[in-house]
Design a protein around this ligand. Structure first.
Ligand SMILES: Cc1ncc(COP(=O)(O)O)c(C=O)c1O
Length: 393
């Protein structure tokens, strides 16, 4: 029998998808707080630009992206972060997903090591695994606002390390990395001649403090990844962009050519309208996410749950007592009418957390968290203790 490659057969299943599937097939109504899908519609001027482009001609376009869009996102990066973003280093991709895939594929070989945060959005680990390289986890510490420890990262660097992945604002924690830690990670990369892949897809969703762009600190050692998905509620359009060091641009472009030839010309017209058009919807959505964060924090703190207050993105980590199995809890909560992503889906550092998505309406967030509290107060936690026998405290 033919069989899957060793690397592919090691790809983990998504712990979020398990809950999504259960919520979708549930016969009773579920308040959906497990998925990071903005509930806003793409602003209409963006959609109209796509219709207009589709009526003219839909054809192959440049692999690296149409020049007008590359120039526009390059100007945006320069304006926002004061870092040079020349046209030949700016690439348009199928969402941030493809940018991260192509960058890692360009620099990581089988047997190499990639430092990934824990907890983290699962793709970094999956892509590293598919390449045949090893993901090595550095911890975002729940007891320090989900910040990393530079000394831990330093201790994990070996001669096989090629990349440090950084993600701020962060999925799943909502943490915004402290500027001195971003600088510290970039400094480690420079010292050890590594590449930082800086996933900044939530850069426009920061509530407290300012976003720090890592590339501005050492442009030759950082590939910055951005997306239209979250900023403009354009998840389904599949378009993102990246600023890569000059030495990497041509290699990544050749990988994009192989993977997809180009991003759809229709999608790129929509993205151009998004980046050059009115930006009031960006601020409006950011304000809405901040309000939702405040509602969630208010409900949970009002019920005596101690949480790390999210400062960006649209997620919150809800701690369960030590000894709880977050997967079992998430499965049981679907029966109680609310879905969350289990912390175990994001790594090893948050086995006792649930990720709450704040991408749903305020009413849903309030209702969902109240269902959680009712479930907790009914004593359900004792049914979802971890199988290893650790007592629920
Ligand atoms: C941290 C992070 N990076 C990247 C992505 C993927 O973004 P895109 O839709 O642009 O591929 C997501 C999506 O949830 C994310 O949370």
């Amino acid at each position: 029998m033919p069989h899957a490659s060793l690397a592919a057969s090691h790809l983990p299943h998504s712990g979020i998808r398990e809950i999504v599937d259960l919520a979708l097939t549930s016969t009773h109504p579920i308040v959906r707080l497990e998925i990071g899908e903005p509930d806003f519609a793409t602003p209409s001027h963006i959609t109209e630009a796509a219709f207009d482009a589709a009526r003219v001609r839909v054809s192959y376009v440049q692999t690296a992206g149409v020049p007008a869009l590359r120039a526009a996102v390059g100007e945006r990066i320069e304006r926002a972060y004061g870092v040079a973003a020349p046209l030949d280093q700016v690439l348009i991709t199928h969402g941030a997903v493809q940018a991260i895939d192509a960058i890692l594929s360009a620099v990581v070989a089988p047997g190499d090591e990639v430092l990934v945060p824990d907890p983290a959005w699962p793709n970094y680990e999956m892509q590293t695994t598919l390449i045949g390289a090893a993901p090595i986890h550095y911890t975002l510490r729940p007891d320090d606002d989900f910040q990393p420890d530079l000394e831990e990262i330093r201790s994990l660097i070996t001669p096989r390390t090629r990349v440090i992945v950084l993600n701020s604002p962060n999925n799943p924690t909502g943490a915004v990395m402290r500027p001195e830690l971003v600088a510290g990670i970039v400094a480690l990369a420079v010292e050890h001649d590594l590449l930082v892949v800086s996933d900044e897809v939530y850069d426009e969703i920061v509530f407290d403090g300012a976003h720090v762009n890592a590339a501005a600190l050492a442009p030759d050692h950082v590939a910055s990844v951005f997306s239209f998905s979250k900023t403009y509620a354009m998840t389904g359009w599949r378009v993102g962009y990246t600023l890569v060091p000059a030495w990497l641009a041509d290699t990544v472009t050749r990988i994009l050519e192989l993977e997809s030839s180009c991003v759809s010309s229709v999608t790129q017209a929509a993205a151009l309208a998004a980046i050059t058009g009115p930006q009031d919807s960006v601020a409006h959505m950011r304000d809405a996410y901040r309000d939702r964060r405040d509602v969630a924090v208010g409900v949970l703190e009002g019920a005596g749950v101690e949480i790390v207050r999210p400062r960006g993105a649209f997620y919150l980590m809800l701690p369960l007592p030590d000894g709880t199995d977050s997967r079992l809890a998430a499965l049981d909560l679907v029966s109680a009418g609310v879905s969350f992503a289990p912390g175990s889906a994001f790594g090893r550092a948050t086995p006792h957390h649930l990720r709450v998505s704040l991408a749903s309406s305020t009413d849903s967030i309030r209702e969902g968290l109240e269902r959680f509290l009712a479930w907790r107060d009914a004593g359900a936690l004792s049914h979802v203790a971890s199988a290893v026998g650790e007592p629920v405290r």
